[in-house]
Design a protein around this ligand. Structure first.
Ligand SMILES: Nc1ncnc2c1ncn2[C@@H]1O[C@H](COP(=O)(O)OP(=O)(O)OP(=O)(O)O)[C@@H](O)[C@H]1O
Ligand SMILES: [Mg+2]
Length: 227
């Protein structure tokens, strides 16, 4: 069964002039697959991922995730759906600079209130350690290096064990060693927990190792490679 079904999706930006950014995009994603989205700068990758993340529902066509249509939903329904099902790592991480690293990772889980605080803390520490930033846990987030902050953002996206983890170049600030480690972690999560990964990347190696690559050119699907 498909976890994500995208059908005839088009997207226009109206400012400064009307411009079509996505043109008739259709594809399907099965559960627990690792999907990469590639294409030149400006081809529409971030725009597409943003629609899939349900943060923007101004599009034509249909996006179904976990049997639910995203078009026409109100903001509070979408926020709730996201908090339960989607973990997102942005191109630029948005940590709360005044909070500790550990607190940043714990926040989405504290909001969800599915587990007791002690358990959330334990799990957050575990993720930070897996990502090689366990020793930074009690520092303020603003004191970490860019790559360290990005790994914290990845831990934060994973804390609720979402059905889908989305990343917009989540390894963009990382060296090849850490970028490979993040890839392996994503892989492990999808294999062990059945999570589905959707990741925009410029990294050819990562794309080649993913289950499916959706290649965009000028807002259209140029090619879908299934491995
Ligand atoms: N809010 C916006 N308003 C108007 N145009 C936009 C907006 N956001 C993006 N665009 C335009 O849409 C096109 C696709 O942008 P998008 O950010 O999706 O590209 P991308 O493939 O992610 O590029 P990159 O690899 O550089 O991140 C670009 O031409 C961009 O200028
Ligand atoms: Mg982008």
């Amino acid at each position: 069964m498909n976890l994500i079904t995208v059908k005839n999706v088009s997207k226009y930006f109206l400012q400064p002039t009307r411009m079509q950014v996505l043109n008739d995009i259709s594809f399907e994603v099965e559960k627990s697959k690792f999907i990469t989205i590639t294409g030149k700068s400006g081809s529409g990758k971030s725009t597409l991922l943003y629609l899939l993340s349900t943060m923007d529902t101004r599009f034509e066509g249909s996006i179904r995730i976990n049997q639910e249509e995203m078009l026409g939903r109100n903001n509070s329904w979408l926020a709730d759906f996201r908090n339960h099902h989607i973990g997102f790592v942005f191109q630029f991480h948005y940590l709360l600079p005044e909070f500790t690293v550990l607190r940043n990772v714990m926040l989405p889980a504290l909001k969800l209130r599915r587990y007791p605080v002690a358990e959330i803390e334990h799990r957050a520490m575990e993720l930070l350690q897996l990502l090689g930033v366990g020793e930074q846990a009690h520092k303020r987030a603003s004191l970490l290096s860019g790559g360290q902050q990005q790994r914290v953002a990845i831990a934060r996206a994973m804390i609720n064990e979402p059905l889908i983890i989305m990343g917009d170049e989540p390894t963009g600030n990382l060296d090849s060693y850490n970028s490979a480690a993040v890839f392996e972690l994503f892989r492990k999560m999808s294999a062990e927990k059945g999570q589905t990964i959707l990741m925009v990347t410029h990294d050819e190696d990562i794309a080649r190792k993913s289950d499916q690559t959706i290649h965009l050119a000028d807002g259209k699907i140029d090619e879908i490679m299934v491995r």
